[in-house]
Design a protein around this ligand. Structure first.
Ligand code: ZN
Length: 351
């Protein structure tokens, strides 16, 4: 069913009365349009409220390009405040972050690194610099851009990485002559307020035939239908959740084309040890879900994993792992590949 923004206003007001929480409720803007294609009509609306931070947010799905966009997104000051000191993402365990960034490397850079003429990379939203530290250790010339002063300062002081504090648009404005054969935007595009300006700045910083890798939640994920506002892709930090069509539209307006694309979902029980073990784990997961015990068992599993002793040098461990993998051709992470998965990886080329 197609609902206009005006129709939605009534729904929003009704929900406000129902809500007992003392949270921030943004006001709807009249005549909000899809920031990707300009359509004024929505095909779906999802509302969600979070406790930490206490924010009410409403996501609209564009009826034309199927991207989701936040009604009344936060302003620039509010965005900076989101990523200040206690942003959960920056306070994760170091062992966990290195392992997570090893997975990021495998499903993105590993797939294309042989196609990049010079091993030089710029990562946008590089956080505390875990992936850049790994890439630097395996021979890449690395640079980063990060909006959080705390995270970028950590990357500079801990890993001695050249990281610019601020937005990519500002970086491109200050250093228009810089060109990169590879730019990474992993788990970042959904956070930016102006996706068109973001892609435009990236396009200007790419060499001819340069590659851009985007890893972002998938606005056409199957999980949206079952989990609605509880789907992890919808949270107050994600201003847009894109569809493939929407990304393609943004790229085509900025001299970029899609080189390859795939979708995937995280699976807490996924393993790389073989199909039989995976099948047993999947079966175990389905049984637990049927009897309603999946959440408590998963929480226990995570606690047990975290109780392990910290790894002495997690960076060296990951780098050694990568060196041992180098003997094998790059593979897609088939165990989590799926159509309409929670996330998508879009590899793009500058024309
Ligand atoms: Zn649209």
């Amino acid at each position: 069913m197609v609902q206009t923004v005006e129709n939605h206003k009534t729904i929003n007001l009704l929900r406000k009365q129902d809500l007992q929480n003392n949270c921030h409720i943004p006001e709807m803007k009249n005549g909000q349009v899809c920031p990707v294609c300009g359509s004024r009509e929505t095909s779906d609306i999802i509302e969600q409220v979070t406790k930490k931070p206490p924010i009410w947010f409403t996501m609209h799905q564009c009826n034309r390009c199927c991207c989701w966009y936040m009604a009344s997104p936060p302003n620039q000051d509010a965005i900076k405040a989101y990523y200040a000191g206690d942003y959960y993402f920056f306070n994760r365990d170091i062992d966990f972050e290195f392992s997570r960034n090893h997975q990021l490397y495998k499903r993105t850079v590993r797939l294309i690194e042989d196609q990049v003429p010079v091993k030089r990379v710029l990562e946008i939203g590089c956080s505390k610099g875990f992936l850049l530290a790994i890439l630097s250790k395996i021979g890449w010339q690395v640079e980063g851009v990060e909006i959080s002063s705390e995270a970028s300062s950590f990357a500079r002081s801990t890993f001695n990485l050249p990281v610019f504090t601020g937005e990519i648009e500002k970086y491109e404005e200050l250093y228009p002559a810089l060109k990169y054969p590879l730019i990474l935007a992993l788990d970042v595009m959904e956070h930016v307020p102006d996706p068109f300006a973001f892609i435009k700045a990236i396009s200007r910083l790419l060499t001819k035939d340069g590659l851009l890798i985007i890893d972002t939640p998938n606005g056409k994920s199957d999980a949206i239908n079952s989990k609605r506002g509880l789907w992890k892709g919808f949270n107050p930090f994600h201003i847009h959740v894109f569809s493939k069509d929407g990304i393609q539209l943004l790229l085509s307006k900025n001299e970029l084309t899609i080189h390859s694309i795939y979708e995937y979902s995280y699976d807490p029980f996924a393993s790389e040890r073989g199909n039989l073990e995976l099948q047993i784990r999947s079966l175990f997961k389905i049984v637990l879900q049927k009897i309603g015990l999946f959440s408590p068992v998963y929480k226990y599993y995570k606690q047990m994993t975290l109780r392990k002793e910290p790894i002495k040098d997690p960076l060296l461990r990951i780098v050694n792992l990568i060196e041992s993998e180098r003997a094998f051709p790059p593979v897609f992470p088939s165990e989590c590949l799926r159509e309409h998965g929670d996330n998508m990886v879009v590899i793009c080329k500058k024309e």
